[in-house]
Design a protein around this ligand. Sequence first.
Ligand SMILES: C[S@@+](CC[C@H](N)C(=O)[O-])C[C@H]1O[C@@H](n2cnc3c(N)ncnc32)[C@H](O)[C@@H]1O
Length: 411
Amino acid sequence: MKDSYDYEVKAKARAMLKSTIQTIYPKPAARRTLKVLTLLGHQNLELEQIWDPLGVPRQNITNIEYDQKAYETSPKDRGTKNVFGNLEDVIKTLPESFDIINLDMVSPFNVHQRDILRAISFRQLLGEKGILATWYLGQRENRLAKKWFLFNKEKYVSQKTEGEGLVERGDLISRMINCIMLDGYLNFIPHWICNDEIIGKKYEEFSREHLAKEWGIDPSGEDFEQRYEIAQPIHANRAQLFMGPVIKEFIESTPSLKLLSDNSKRIYQDILLYQKIGSYFSMMQKRFRYIGNKKSVMVGDISYYKQLPLDTIVEIQKFGSDFKILDHRHSSLVKEQNRLFQQFIVSRRRCWENGQEIRVNLGSSYTPKSREPLVEKVNKEDLTKEEAIYLLREGVPIEEILETYSGLTKM
Ligand SMILES: C[S@@+](CC[C@H](N)C(=O)[O-])C[C@H]1O[C@@H](n2cnc3c(N)ncnc32)[C@H](O)[C@@H]1O
């Protein structure tokens, strides 16, 4: 039997999401056209407590599930579109955007959750007046995941704040979410477009040439191969340099544009967003925390994001034989101090501790006499391979990683 999500604080959190949607979309007619991406789980509680009362047609709801048992035991007559698969993979291929994305996860915020948000931001999967809700387990990250949080904290602190010890996990999660939505960029891992078959091959050629120049050695020699083996194969800064010529090629040659992808506009958009040009301004934020019936601490973030059309933010201009991307946020917006600029500032402040709304405590549904396990099996303490590689690249000593992850061998 799968655990039930039928308990009081969870219902309160659903009610909070429902009322936020009602505020943003007060007209029932508008709500009837909303498109939703969500994780319904094996029960119909979310449908009955959020989507049905709001009047969102069930056929407008896309439900993702990766747990075979949950997928098989969920009601067959739901009327929603159901996709079996891991959201992390599915999100990279979804062809449409959604007005509301509700990510009620059962894990702590980790690199996988980050990648899901990056996909939403890069691919502009949230519509113009989009609401994103995230629910993460606010505990049980392993020690290295906590370290990863601190790396990210440093990348996003635009002002000196208090010492590391005082950083609230829940605040950091909120900041990371908003940064991803605003910048589409969180760390030095490049856009997955570099793994695309055709672009990836071009990137490899570029990378070899670039490194040979940097090291001042012959790219066809054995020496080069040895060094190239241990060099970070895909590096964000190098990938960004590489993207310049790719954009040029996109613009100059229509046939190659077709060659690169069926959906050239989307890739083009991805590349632009990859240049750290964000597109989602946080217009309204609500935050909650609660303790579930199995004693798990959950942190929830609901944000209403305004999506800026790319052409209001960026423009491509030709300089001689080169193309440059002009970021209007830093020219006209800053100069004019207009409304858009003010909105940008509010959004940017959401990337800092003191720009967050208060997190409301919804209470606890835990009764100590419960004999159930404390958290779901999904929440492993172990570090995943991706996390281990990520931390290694970020400079965490391998000895520390090996304490938690045994799949790497010391070189
Ligand atoms: C907490 S439950 C959803 C409860 C539901 N939102 C409600 O309010 O009752 C989360 C569900 O999403 C599934 N899930 C979690 N992470 C997922 C992922 N990355 N991809 C697909 N499904 C996922 C879980 O297996 C589980 O069935």
